[in-house]
Design a binder for this molecule. Structure first.
Ligand code: ADP
Length: 816
């Protein structure tokens, strides 16, 4: 079938496809069209990685737009949203408008209403439904990419419920679900009332094998010698072998999948020894340029290490990298400048970076529930292997696992090469998942009684996959009880409704348990402070006698400074650190992991700062609770360091995290603190201390810089330099001597002009202005890299309402 034969597309689309090299549809694409894809029929396409699923989605979306409908593309990872947007932008010449929505979980995204294609994560779509986004009803076509993730314990339930709600809102909705090849694609098709295209066809042959000893053994029993000298490692030998082709077309690139960020970095460093010698002079020159761009993204050690590797022709790729880093690496690899990438599996999840050979070096990863190194799922390994083979460039792709002995070779064949495909199973019946989704379903009016609720749940994948409804009912009842006890819902004469607080929690996209934790913490603070206030001063109240005050009175005291007998403030409740630790205790924050030695270190911090923590510290003998308390404390300390203007580089070192992690924690914390602010408001408590703590962590500054960072273009470093030059707020910027401004901004005239304009100054020209004499101020050893993560964060925060695709959800889809 040729593109011209596809009906329902906007005029000109088939010409464009042909110009791009799509002269024939791939067989799975043809089958999809034959099921009525461009006539609005629902479809599940279970097709191997890199076999043209994206075009299936595009054909469906373009046909929907031609019918006057809006299309929604649900991405599995926030980090993939901008990649997809870039891919779809080529349809703009047909008048197609694209909007990406990944940030702010509590906005209704009204601006998206005018877009033809909306790209969002399932969490974002879920929150838009909760906030009653008006355009939801205009949707004609929804694409769910990587729908097999319904199997995922943490993210699957949201995807499942979101698709359920979209279908309930519009019974004619076309759902196009794209899946990796799985064992039970028919179950998904059955759940979604969709046709099924289920195939293992690929555009380029994939040979899967295991390297052991001096050769790779492939699935067709053929062998390819790749000798490994004793003492030599397998990976570099295989990378060198891929590079050693006779002519240029035969010289291939390699993707190496490993199980942690640290391993990715150390493997890349070692692989430089193999890639560096084959680089041509031109390649070295262009890699040096890419390395310079990488250094320009941020001034951290990770950035420096990455740039150094890239200069030598190798790179690493993981979710701890800034998004800009990741795309620089992906582009350079696609352009064949980089010869090798050592990556965690984030790269396998949808980024189009095919390579001649894929090496799955680590097929196990540490799993705390499992209590050791757990073999990866077949599906995951197949997604990594599927990145092998560049159509049109390579004769075939090769995916290689590594074995150190005969038994392991046999095990790898059994597990990953000869294995049956895995089946996916709904994870909806878990309590945290239902807690969130039951509240939202009641708050948005999707269900008004227990019966309606169970009827809605009955249409989920979970219900279609289990014979007995028993478990779902039991968990649902436990959850309803929890929500009632926390006053998020009421049940009156069999009618379920959300309370004001419940509506707020649902709109804020909080796990109800996070909301309950935050509310408890804030009330605890208010109550304990009252006790102290009364003990320390003569401000006694009637209620103080029994140590209890109503919420309205907590409000008066919460946030006030408690004075001991003199003028010295003792403790200000709640403190920023107390609030940071509080939000880190909620299930909505991925806490930092406690490494060896951390327990002692953070126990010490805990005792020193206990007075600030907004709840009683659990007993040390209660291992599980105490350790989770300390993890939250560690994460809270990272946030405090950031808000105390500690440099990114020091933070990455102190906590052993990547710059992308800092951004991820900061984003989550500012969202949770924003939520805390609203909850406090709802309960009549003072919100200012929470707002200040939020603004400080958002911008990474001490309180004194808050006014300066409100000026667009001023991030934490510029603000500090201005402040230290005596320009302490935006008003001062309007009257300051320009030479001083210029010196504080390191002589960058354009930047200075822009900032003065943003501060509302009328005479902004820096022509003929000389930098004021004096020591150059170096508040932070940033080496002049102004386009760093900190400044980028500042810009992003200010652009929030428009778009936010620069953050990455740290840890998602990653091993470590
Ligand atoms: P998937 O989404 O299945 O992982 P992609 O959609 O990224 O795979 O497709 C992989 C590559 O194949 C892309 O570069 C795409 O442009 C190309 N491609 C898709 N369909 C065709 C086709 N019919 N003919 C030629 N190339 C195609």
């Amino acid at each position: 079938m040729e593109p011209d034969d596809v009906s329902g597309l906007p005029p000109g689309v088939s010409d464009k496809l042909r110009a791009e090299g799509v002269t024939e549809l791939y067989p799975p694409q043809e089958s999809a069209v034959n099921t009525g894809l461009t006539d609005g029929e629902s479809l599940v396409a279970s097709v191997p990685t890199a076999s043209g699923k994206t075009l299936i989605a595009e054909l469906a979306m373009l046909a929907a737009i031609e019918r006057g409908e809006t299309a929604l593309y649900i991405v599995p990872l926030r980090a993939l949203a901008s990649e997809k947007r870039t891919e779809f932008e080529r349809w703009e010449e047909f008048g197609v408008d694209i909007g990406v929505s990944t940030g702010n979980y509590d906005s209704s995204g009204e601006w998206l209403a005018s877009r033809d294609i909306i790209v969002a994560t399932s969490e974002k779509v879920d929150s838009l439904i909760r906030n009653d986004a008006p355009w939801i009803d205009q949707l004609g076509c929804v694409v769910s990419d990587e729908v097999h993730l319904v199997n995922d314990r943490t993210r699957g339930p949201t995807l499942e419920v979101t698709l359920g709600k979209l279908r309930q809102r519009n019974s004619d909705l076309q759902v196009v679900a794209l899946s990796a090849t799985i064992g039970n694609a028919d179950a998904i098709a059955n759940w979604l009332d969709a046709s099924l295209v289920d195939t293992d066809w690929r555009p380029i042959e994939l040979q899967m094998g295991v390297h052991y000893g001096n050769a790779i053994t492939f699935n067709d029993d053929s062998q390819q010698p790749v000798p490994v000298e004793s003492g030599e490692r397998q990976t570099p030998a295989l990378v060198a072998d891929t590079l050693a082709g006779d002519d240029e077309d035969d010289q291939g690139s390699t993707l190496v999948f490993v199980n942690s960020r640290r391993n990715a970095e150390s493997a890349a460093k070692r692989l430089c020894e193999v890639t560096a010698p084959v680089l041509t002079t031109e390649e070295r020159a262009s890699l040096a340029e890419i390395a310079a761009s990488i250094r320009g993204v941020s001034d951290t050690e990770t950035s420096e290490t990455l740039a150094t590797c890239v200069e030598e022709g190798a790179a690493f790729h993981h979710a701890g990298l800034a998004a800009e880093h990741r795309s620089l690496v992906e582009d350079a690899f696609r352009d064949r400048q980089l010869k090798c990438i050592a990556a965690t599996p984030t790269l396998a999840a949808g980024v189009n970076t095919p390579s001649r050979r894929v090496i799955v070096r680590d097929w196990r990863r540490y799993d705390s529930e499992y209590g050791g190194m757990k073999p990866l799922d077949t599906l995951e390994v197949h997604q990594m292997m599927g990145r092998a083979g560049r159509p049109g460039l390579d004769p075939y792709g090769e995916a290689v696992l590594l074995a150190g002995d005969n038994d392991t070779r046999d095990e790898l064949f059994d597990r990953y090469i000869d294995a049956d495909l895995e089946s996916v199973r709904s994870k909806l019946a878990s309590e945290p998942a239902l807690r969130t989704h039951v509240l939202a379903t009641i708050a948005t009016g999707f269900a008004r009684s227990r019966t309606e609720l169970l009827a809605f749940l009955k249409k989920t994948l979970y219900a279609t996959q289990t014979d007995t409804n028993g478990r779902l009912k039991t968990v649902t009842d436990t959850v309803l009880e929890y929500l009632k006890r926390n006053e998020f819902i009421t049940e009156d004469d069999e009618t379920l409704s959300a309370t004001g607080l419940g509506h707020t929690v649902s709109r804020l996209y909080l796990d109800p348990m996070s909301a309950a934790t935050i509310i408890d913490g804030l009330q605890w603070a208010a109550k304990n402070e009252t006790v102290q206030v009364n003990a320390l001063s003569d401000r006694s109240t009637e209620h103080a006698a029994d140590g209890f005050q109503p919420a309205s009175e907590f409000a008066k005291s919460a946030g006030d400074t408690v004075h001991e007998d003199g003028d010295e403030p003792a403790v200000t409740y709640p403190t920023a650190f107390g609030l940071y630790q509080l939000v880190c205790r909620t299930p909505d924050m991925y806490e930092l992991y406690l490494k060896s030695g951390d327990k002692e270190r953070f126990s010490q911090v805990c005792y020193e700062r206990e007075a600030e923590l907004l709840e009683r510290t659990p007993s040390e003998y209660d291992d599980v609770r105490f350790e989770s308390w300390l993890s939250a404390l560690k994460t809270g300390r990272l946030l405090e360091d950031w808000a105390d203007e500690i440099s990114e580089d020091q933070i990455t070192e102190r906590y052993d995290v990547g710059p992308g992690d800092i951004r991820g924690k900061v984003d989550t914390a500012s969202w949770l603190l924003g939520a805390a602010e609203q909850l406090a408001g709802e309960l009549g408590m003072k919100t200012k201390p929470i707002a200040d703590a939020r603004r400080r962590v958002e911008d990474g500054v001490k309180e004194e810089l808050l006014d300066l960072v409100d000026v667009r273009g001023i991030g934490r470093k510029r603000a500090r330099r201005l402040y230290d030059s005596g320009i302490e707020d935006s008003a001062a910027l309007r009257t300051a001597e320009k030479g001083i401004v210029l010196r504080a901004l390191r002589g960058r005239r354009k930047t200075a002009e822009r900032i003065l304009e943003n501060a509302g100054r009328s005479d902004t020209s820096m022509d003929d202005i000389d930098e004021a004499p004096g020591d150059s101020i170096n508040a932070d050893a940033d080496g002049g890299a102004n386009a760093n993560v900190a400044e980028a964060t500042a810009e992003t925060q200010q652009n929030r309402d428009v778009d936010d695709d620069s953050g990455n959800q740290a840890g998602l889809g990653d091993f470590s």
